[in-house]
Write a new protein. Structure first.
Length: 131
């Protein structure tokens, strides 16, 4: 009986370590899934609005972020808010897309390109010239 008890007690630390490893692996795997969904949503789904048409000016969007945090959020988001400009001019570096957008706003409006303003209520479609 004492030997069984000692064996049981001695086997607890390895079992606890194994449970911690499995739990950590499951949490890590779950975290990776969540990160993957966030990346896909941020870098593929949101910026390719409106999702109901394909074409040169209509299968990606520009999202204008107003206010003081505009530049910071644009950099943190990897310039994804100017995705339509990247699609229209793929050889232009992403950090130059904002400046280029300001130069082609009239053309964006003529072609009915998707341009959104980020508001507290979500994304709101706007004309590029009204920025």
């Amino acid at each position: 009986m004492l030997g069984y008890l000692a064996g049981t007690i001695l086997s607890i630390p390895p079992a606890v370590r194994r449970i911690k490893q499995l739990t950590h692996h499951a949490k890590t795997h779950q975290a990776e899934k969540i990160q993957r969904v966030i990346r896909l949503k941020s870098f593929a789904y949101i910026v390719h609005r409106p999702h109901n048409s394909m074409g040169r000016y209509v299968d990606a969007s520009t999202m204008v972020i107003p206010g003081l945090l505009s530049t910071l959020l644009t950099v943190l988001w990897g310039y994804q808010d100017y995705r339509s400009i990247h699609h229209l001019f793929p050889k232009v570096s992403v950090y130059r897309c904002r400046r280029l957008f300001n130069e082609v706003t009239d053309r964006m409006d003529q072609m009915k390109a998707a341009v959104y303003r980020l508001t507290w209520g979500g994304l709101r479609r706007i004309n590029a010239m009204k920025i």
